[in-house]
Design a protein around this ligand. Structure first.
Ligand code: ZN
Length: 173
């Protein structure tokens, strides 16, 4: 059987909680339960789970574009309570949109013999999209669950799903 990994992207307090530093709106709350279901399924099938987490320095260049968020060591950078990782899960910290950019993600997936990825989380048109781009450039098979991703911008969400399907060959399920 082909080993598959679940990538849970940026389900962090600053994006999902109403009082978060970069709250994306109620779309973030709506995807918690579909993600919980996937999490359960992957754990049952003994397939690995990777949490891809924004983790910024206070002077990060990204803050020229977005308000400061997910500062390293703050509550805002923590994974939301409802999706708590278990001890065998992988936690990958990132400073850029793509979960692959200068992180341990690719080497960790290779060590686990993973060829297929399922992406869930936020934001569809930012970190989900750019992580999908990197994954496809590296020849991973990628599926995105459309009911388990969200963005603050519905138009951009829909564009990103179409772009991933048409241009990257991502399966949108
Ligand atoms: Zn960020």
């Amino acid at each position: 059987m082909i080993k598959k990994a679940l990538l849970i992207i940026d389900m962090l307090n600053d994006f999902i909680r109403e009082n978060g530093k970069l709250y994306i709106g109620d779309g973030g709350g709506k995807i918690i339960s579909p993600i919980q279901k996937e999490l359960e399924r992957f754990r049952k099938e003994k397939n690995p789970v990777f949490y891809i987490c924004d983790c910024h320095r206070p002077d990060d260049k990204e803050f020229n574009l977005f308000p400061p968020h997910c500062l390293s060591g703050t509550e805002g950078a923590n994974i939301i309570e409802e999706l708590k990782p278990s001890k065998n899960d992988f936690i990958i910290h990132k400073r850029r949109y793509s979960g692959f950019f200068q992180t341990d993600l690719d080497i960790s997936l290779r060590e686990e013999g993973i060829l297929e990825l399922e992406l869930v989380g936020v934001c569809t048109n930012i970190c989900v999209l750019y992580t999908a781009v990197s994954a496809r450039m590296l020849n991973y098979e990628v599926t995105v669950l459309k009911d388990a991703v969200a963005s603050f911008d519905q138009g951009a969400n829909d564009f990103a799903l179409k772009q991933m399907k048409d241009v990257l060959g991502v399966e949108i399920r």
